[in-house]
Design a binder for this molecule. Structure first.
Ligand SMILES: [Fe+2]
Ligand SMILES: [Fe+2]
Length: 483
């Protein structure tokens, strides 16, 4: 019999569909971890809104219909649970040297530390983004946006639960220690930072939040999709369910940027401003000029590309070979899924030019995932440009060159323009403010970050959404603030 159910039990302290009540050791370990988590949420989660009633979505099942439950809840009382996608019968490992063997239901001993590391790195990113976003509530452009921020935050909290469940259930004492450490590291902390660079950057304003959920949560999607291919079945099932939540985060990002772009273009049209580079005139309209939006795209794209790690990596090769982490949409790729004799073209800077260099495909797993990411990220940019054109403004947003402003991998030592020209370090620094948000740009954005908390009202710099969450009307009170 499967140990996982489609419906989720909400009778226990920790809602779950993994029959937690039958595993008393695990149940006790998780219940011991729970108060520390709630403390973390109250101290490191959304600042100032712990008493507010928020109109949130809670999964009551892991089938598509399970998402139907919306209701008001105080965030510390949100039912964070352990939800796995249903077990596939007779699932086989789809890649690597164990290809064709039955998927593992227990941790394979020889890969224990490698697997634990993968889970810890993924798990660490989840609370990190909550910490990065904790001050944004104070400057929300609307209650609709405030609610979306909090929905993303509680789901990232649940993703932490998902990874902590795996650590506690399958990794004994080390797992418990890792679970504790998840609550001790903090984003941007000088002594105990989060593990990955992008998760120690500040998310200082709402445009950053939308860019983060568009670009960086999309890295999350790519990582989860690769882990969903894992031969370690509990990890695969955890990640498959997390992916359904991640889709909403990227919706918040794409639609958020889209609404900012829309508002800017409409305000320019109304004011009769044709030149998007007349930044001063555009800013007077109380909106964010398009060149500044482009700079934010440049920043978040570059920082997120660093999350994919070194293009050529033996760690990534080992994880693939071991059957622990696959490629994006592994089972849809038409090859032998073992890659012992194949190559993959990796972009490098050789003899003064960027060109594809064939590397053993196994070593190029990270490069491939990053290429898949770039394709995936291009879709939203296209849609933003369509919107700009439709409103009648002459401007195109673009993803910068992959080598622009990188700190990790092949291009870390190069000074490259967004257009992909290699220049000297001094020349790069001299033009930096044309490519990345300058102090003045950030000051302008900051000057617009004033809270709007009346139902149905929106800040000057962002258009209302086309439809409400859960089809609610335009003036719906998505967050009832504590008086
Ligand atoms: Fe997440
Ligand atoms: Fe996310």
């Amino acid at each position: 019999m499967s140990d996982v159910n489609v419906q989720v039990s909400y009778d226990d302290l920790i809602p779950n569909n993994v029959n937690l009540s039958e595993d008393r050791r695990l149940k006790r370990a998780l219940e011991e971890w729970h108060p520390g988590y709630i403390d973390w949420w109250k101290n490191q989660g959304p600042d100032g809104f712990q008493e507010a009633q928020v109109y949130l979505r809670t999964a009551v099942g892991v089938d598509p219909a399970g998402w139907a439950k919306f209701g008001y809840v105080k965030m510390p009382e949100y039912r964070w649970g352990i939800l796995l996608a249903p077990q596939e019968e007779d699932r086989k490992i789809a890649f690597g040297r164990h290809k064709g063997e039955p998927a593992w239901q227990e941790v394979p001993g020889e890969y224990r530390s490698l697997l634990r590391r993968l889970i810890v790195v993924q798990g660490d990113t989840e609370p990190a983004s909550v910490e990065q976003q904790r001050h944004l509530g104070a400057t929300c452009p609307s209650l609709y946006d405030l609610r979306n921020l909090f929905q993303v935050n509680v789901e990232e909290g649940r993703h932490l639960w998902a990874m902590v469940y795996l650590l506690q259930k399958y990794f004994g004492r080390d797992g418990r220690e890792e679970a504790e450490a998840m609550l001790r590291r903090h984003s941007g902390d000088a002594d105990k930072p989060r593990l990955l660079g992008a998760f120690n950057e500040a998310t200082p304003d709402w445009l950053s939040f939308f860019m983060f959920t568009y670009f960086t949560d999309r890295d999350g999607k790519m990582q989860l999709a690769s882990l969903a291919e894992s031969g370690f079945d509990p990890l695969s099932r955890s990640c498959r369910f997390m992916l359904t939540e991640e889709a909403h985060h990227m919706f918040v990002g794409e639609s958020g940027v889209s609404r900012v772009v829309q508002r800017t273009c409409e305000a320019m049209k109304t004011a009769g401003i044709d030149d998007p580079f007349d930044v001063e005139a555009v800013r007077k309209l109380g909106v964010i000029d398009l060149p500044t939006i482009q700079k934010k795209v440049n920043f978040h794209f570059a920082v997120t590309l660093d999350l994919f790690g070194a293009e050529v990596s033996t760690n990534a090769a080992n994880a693939f070979n071991a059957g622990l982490k696959g490629r994006f949409q592994e089972t849809k790729i038409d090859d032998d899924h073992q890659l012992d004799n194949s190559t993959y073209p990796v972009m490098k800077y050789v003899d003064g030019e960027f060109r594809a260099v064939d590397e053993p495909a196994l070593n190029a797993i990270n490069a491939r995932l990053r290429d898949d990411y770039v394709k995936d990220a291009a879709g939203g940019v296209k849609r933003w440009n369509k919107l700009i054109a439709k409103i009648g403004v002459d401007f195109d947003l673009a993803l910068p060159h992959q080598a622009f402003s990188r700190r990790i991998g092949e291009f870390a030592e190069l000074s490259v323009t967004p257009g992909g020209i290699v220049v000297g370090e001094d020349a790069w620094q001299a033009q930096r403010d044309e490519w990345l948000p300058s102090k003045e740009d950030l000051e302008h954005i900051n000057s617009l970050m004033k809270p709007v908390q009346e139902p149905g009202q929106y800040a000057s710099w962002i258009a209302p959404p086309k439809v409400g969450i859960d089809n609610q009307p335009g003036d719906f009170e998505y967050v009832q603030l504590a008086s």
